[in-house]
Design a protein around this ligand. Structure first.
Ligand code: PLP
Length: 382
């Protein structure tokens, strides 16, 4: 098997698994219980939270641990106090788009290169706007957004509001789910008030994520009950999950530069083999993302054909693909329906090496050629 869908899921790193293991059995205690072994678990949990927070330049008390990025994104939008007060990038993951739409949110356009249209953002911000959400890296194209530019614009707007005596909050949220393996993230440097991170994409366990919340951002609880996570996400803590997330983020942070070099090289090897085809996300994308368009082919059929040969790729976000929905991301960058139908997403990761990539690219090449030939023949027979 050659797995090329790391944007959908990553296997748990063995070191992560080892760290988590004791907390399923020996150290299973509820962190809120009063006896000593439980207090030790509570302290390990807090230490793990501090490690996660530290990796993004924050404090443990700034984090709300959630059951994944979807929850963290949903929680972020609770900061909006009224309808029609949120803006979100048109290419966001559904865990943002769907909630934003519930809030009567307005989509910000992207340019054909996948980057945010800053003019469109500027035009859409009104005195009613309370929150702006722009992912750090897109989950279908890997496009890295210029968050510093967005943050600068938000600062300008805030200053202008201050001068005019308008007190309304203006929060900046970013979903960094896909970025932690390749970008050195620091909340202050990014200029965000709210940041979503996801263990499942960095070789940690699934179902664990966190929302960084800066001071002053007022959120509504995701769940009500025992008051865990500053009252914002009640429920017994997922101790093994958070211990695993902490180890995974530590490893990710340590290997950012190495990862970038490794994936840039693998990407080059891959693209040398597939140079006859159109690369959709040429610029501004994470080094481990490749989106290639086989114009005129049905990429969903390619996914099945490749699976038969042991190659696992995707047509886009795993959740959208499972519903048979056309990618809103590829549509937003202006691709035609035929181009969208022929596009494959390849996301590289820890399970790949150079020989695998060469082999995969070869097999993809052969499969694609055979498909073009099949279509040509079928047209000839008509
Ligand atoms: N945001 C982005 C950018 C993602 O890629 C994903 C997962 O695919 C999510 C949010 C949702 O994460 P989860 O399914 O872990 O809640």
């Amino acid at each position: 098997m050659i797995y090329l869908d790391h944007a959908a899921a990553t296997p748990v790193d063995k070191r992560v698994l080892e760290k988590m293991r004791p907390y399923f059995s020996d150290d299973f205690f509820n962190p809120s219980a009063p006896y000593l072994p439980a207090k030790k678990v509570a302290s390990d949990y807090e230490a793990a939270k501090a490690t996660i927070a530290h990796a993004i330049g924050a404090k443990a008390s700034d984090l709300v641990i959630t059951a994944g990025a979807t929850e963290a994104n949903n929680l972020a939008f609770s900061a909006a106090s009224k309808k029609n007060s949120v803006l979100y990038l048109g290419t966001e993951h559904d865990s943002i788009r769907v909630v934003a739409k519930e809030h009567g949110g307005t989509a910000i356009k992207v340019l054909p290169n996948g980057l945010i249209d800053l003019n469109d953002l500027r035009n859409k911000i009104t005195d009613e706007t309370e929150m702006i959400s722009v992912a750090l890296a897109n989950n279908e194209l890997g496009t890295v957004q210029p968050l510093a530019d967005v943050a600068r614009l938000i600062r300008e707007i805030k200053l202008d509001r201050l001068k005019r005596g308008i007190k309304r909050q203006l929060l900046f949220h970013s979903d960094a789910s896909q970025a932690l393996n390749l970008l050195d993230i620091n909340v202050a440097r990014l200029g965000v008030d709210l940041l979503t991170i996801n263990s499942a994409k960095i070789y940690g366990p699934k179902g664990v994520g966190a929302l960084y919340v800066s001071h002053g951002a007022k959120l509504k609880p995701l769940t009500l009950g025992g008051g865990q996570e500053n009252g914002l996400r009640s429920g017994t803590e997922n101790v093994p999950g958070v211990i695993g997330f902490a180890k995974a983020i530590e490893i990710a942070k340590e290997h950012i530069n190495g990862n970038r070099k490794k994936y840039a090289n693998l990407k080059k090897v891959f693209l040398d083999e597939l140079k006859n085809y159109e690369l959709i996300n040429k610029k501004h994308s994470l080094d481990n993302f490749i989106v290639v368009c086989f114009n005129g082919l049905d990429a969903e059929r390619l996914v099945f054909l490749l699976e038969e040969k042991g190659i696992y790729v995707a047509t886009g976000a795993a959740c959208a693909a499972s519903k048979g929905v056309r990618s809103h991301v590829l549509k937003a960058i202006g691709l035609t329906d035929t181009q969208i139908a022929g596009s494959l997403r390849i996301s590289l990761g820890e399970t790949n090496d150079e020989s695998q990539i060469k082999k995969a690219a070869n097999i993809i090449n052969e499969t694609v050629k055979a498909e073009y030939q099949r279509i040509k023949n079928s047209h000839g027979n008509q």
